[in-house]
Design a protein around this ligand. Structure first.
Ligand code: PRP
Length: 188
């Protein structure tokens, strides 16, 4: 049975639905990369850590895993676009088939920055696998190659996603109760 936390208003995507979709995505990725020697999965911390772990374990293709962490400070405010790397990959991506793994695309600024940054390092290919797309908040048009779910413009937590670094380990995607969201974040 799904645990429900008191900060959560409702379950948006339950655990079984997530697991089924992750399985489908892994199947699709495995088919598409079947001819390649290896895929480099690049998880974007922190939010992607659970999605990446589940996706990677369902893949039927040889793969390696690496991580990046970005600062998203100011993404929704006046300093919009100020993305910077706080932890880079441990390996060069030149000549490799890179699959970016993200929990959510919101404004698109993070994925846009990642695409430009990694493309300049000359990978053999660069695609993205994203669990959630909050398309209503998009500011930059970014391609998503593999998508789990499109969601409405509500504050979601669980399955890697947080509010103030909490709720990341909930097994479902839940909508945060509005009273829990601090005044600073009420516009999201
Ligand atoms: C979230 C998410 C994406 C980014 C998407 O990260 O994991 O990386 O925001 O937003 P955008 O499309 O508006 O750029 P967050 O900054 O919340 O960090 P976290 O993953 O460490 O929680």
């Amino acid at each position: 049975m799904t645990r429900k936390n008191s900060d959560i208003d409702r379950v948006l995507i339950d655990e079984a639905t997530i697991q089924q979709r992750v399985c489908e995505l892994a199947h699709q990725v495995s088919e598409d990369y079947a001819e390649e020697d290896e895929v480099l999965l690049v998880g974007i911390l922190k939010g992607a850590f659970i999605f990446l772990a589940d996706l990677a374990r369902q893949l039927q293709v040889r793969h390696a895993v690496d991580f990046m962490a970005l600062s998203s400070y100011g993404l929704s405010g006046a300093a919009s676009g100020a993305v910077r790397i706080i932890m880079d990959l441990r390996q060069p991506v030149e000549g490799k088939h890179v699959l970016l793994v993200e929990d959510i695309v919101d404004t698109g600024l993070t994925l846009d920055y990642l695409n430009k940054t990694l493309e300049s390092r000359r990978p053999a290919s660069l695609r993205s696998c994203v669990l959630l797309d909050k398309a209503a908040r998009r500011e930059v048009d970014v391609p998503i190659d593999y998508l789990g779910f499109e969601i409405p413009d509500v504050w979601v937590v669980g399955y890697g996603l947080d509010y103030a670094d909490q709720h990341r380990t909930l097994p479902y995607i839940g909508v945060l109760r509005r009273e829990v969201v601090s005044f600073d974040h009420q516009d999201r």
